[in-house]
Design a protein around this ligand. Structure first.
Ligand SMILES: [Zn+2]
Length: 456
């Protein structure tokens, strides 16, 4: 954790442990010299002019060195004031970095607060995958930040490993519904505006904080039941889509206990799905929420595999989070495999059949991707998802069902609300192998690009 870790990207050789905190795929995002443990956002949003204004208050702790300067990630906004421990400070704001230089260096390990007042017209962060983060809709807005869109709407230490709790207050014209992950604490209407306050008490990566603003009908899918620790499931959608939604998401309530049996208790206090009034290329997961597009409904459950995929991310990606983006297969491989397990559970294609199809598909495609470090360009490539699911299935065949499912459940329990890397997973899984190691297996599936044969 030192300042030099802010330097340029240096290629890492396989399995090499990187400088702590620097993400080789996004070396300019995040600042490992401090950690944030709580964000309090108080924002006002006007959908017509697409204007966002308010403040962010971060409670943070300096790392092992005195902090002479630190950086937050924040896109183009007009900055009003920047306060550290309540006092105005010097800062610079360019190229997505808000650099703050406290009048006196903050001692190593010191707790401090940063408050940023800002306003402007939020727009998506441009990326090779299109716009990320805050997106203005025809009538409303949504946030889908994976992987680096969070600075499009709030100042943050934008690295998945820096997980924090959130209190998010959003004021907007009263006809709109506001959905943020977590528990709705209060909803207060003053004249024509309503303030929605949400608390996310579980540690949350910056990219997993979401907002949806629109004209939505809210539906309770499953009531909370403290006796069985069942969490409430809700849906927010345009009212006209209710008939299709009711059919297409009709089995989500059953998915929850199925996944809890496989992965252990659901990690958050609630689960919500939003059907945004817009077509979306892919649904996106956020903490305790998943956002789908109108195109994911058709009254025929065509996208049910995605319903399973997004729910599985609550365990894998959101609770058990990756240390940096090289480890993305840990999120997507588990979520893909959850799709296959669900399909088998409801009498569709079995996991073995899905694996055979994926294997045949991958065998006919270029084999130039290393699953455990695919490179930024390929991190959301379809092949990563397919090979990720396939690797889980191969692991299941190598370990046998009892050991495999014990391994998965233990993984989710040990690292609940934590941060992991591939090396931790391979060491963990190895403990469940009869001879105590899976090194050869993981070399072939994770580190070599050539597609291995499926074990028998
Ligand atoms: Zn996914």
């Amino acid at each position: 954790m030192d300042a030099s870790s802010q330097g340029a990207y240096e290629p890492v050789s396989p399995k090499q442990v990187p400088a702590p905190g620097v993400d080789p795929y996004f070396p300019t995002h995040g600042d490992a010299r401090y950690r944030v443990h709580r964000y309090e956002l108080a924002l006002d949003y006007r959908p017509g002019p697409n204007r966002l204004a308010g403040s962010a208050r971060l409670s943070a702790v300096a790392g092992g060195e005195p902090l002479r300067e630190f950086a937050l990630d924040l896109a183009e906004f007009r900055i009003g004031r920047v306060l550290v421990d309540g006092k105005a400070q010097h800062y610079t704001h360019r190229a997505g970095k808000l650099r703050v230089r406290p009048a006196k260096p903050l001692p190593a390990g010191a707790a401090f607060t940063v408050e940023v007042h800002y306003s402007g017209n939020p727009k998506p962060v441009r990326s090779q995958w299109g716009g990320l983060g805050w997106e203005e809709l025809t009538d409303g807005a949504l946030v889908a930040s994976q992987p680096v869109g969070a600075p499009s709407w709030y100042p943050c230490n934008d690295r998945p490993a820096d997980k924090a709790t959130y209190l998010v207050s959003i004021t907007t014209p009263s006809p709109y519904t506001v959905i943020v992950g977590g528990r709705l604490l209060t909803r207060t209407t003053h004249s024509s505006s309503t303030t929605w306050v949400y608390e996310q008490a579980a540690p949350t990566s910056s990219y997993l904080v979401t907002v949806s603003i629109g004209h939505y009908q809210s539906v309770l899918l499953t009531e909370a039941d403290p006796a069985t620790r069942r969490v409430p499931q809700t849906a927010h959608l345009p009212a006209r889509l209710l008939p299709d939604f009711t059919h297409d998401f009709g089995r989500q309530a059953r998915m929850m206990p199925f996944f809890e049996e496989l992965f252990g208790p659901y990690p958050f206090g609630e689960y919500a799905v939003v059907i945004a009034d817009e077509e979306l290329d892919v649904p996106v997961e956020a903490q305790g929420v998943a956002t789908f597009g109108t195109n994911h409904l058709d009254g025929a459950r065509t996208s049910e595999r995605l319903v399973a995929h997004e729910l599985a991310h609550q365990w894998f990606g959101n609770s058990v989070s990756i240390a940096d983006w090289r480890h993305i297969w840990l999120n997507e491989g588990f979520a893909k495999y959850a799709e296959w397990l669900w399909s088998e559970h409801v009498g569709g294609r079995t996991a073995a059949e899905h694996a055979a199809v994926a294997h045949a598909l991958l065998a006919g495609l270029p084999q130039d991707m290393r699953l455990a470090d695919p490179g930024k360009k390929l991190m959301f490539d379809d092949r990563l998802y397919e090979r990720g699911g396939l690797t889980m299935h191969a692991l299941r065949l190598a370990l046998g069902d009892p050991a495999f499912f014990r391994m998965i459940k233990d993984w989710a329990a040990i690292h609940r609300h934590g941060v992991v890397a591939t090396a931790e997973f391979t060491a963990h899984a190895g403990q469940y192998a009869a001879d105590g190691s899976l090194d050869g297996f993981f070399d072939a599936w994770l580190w070599e690009t050539a597609l291995p044969a499926l074990p028998h």
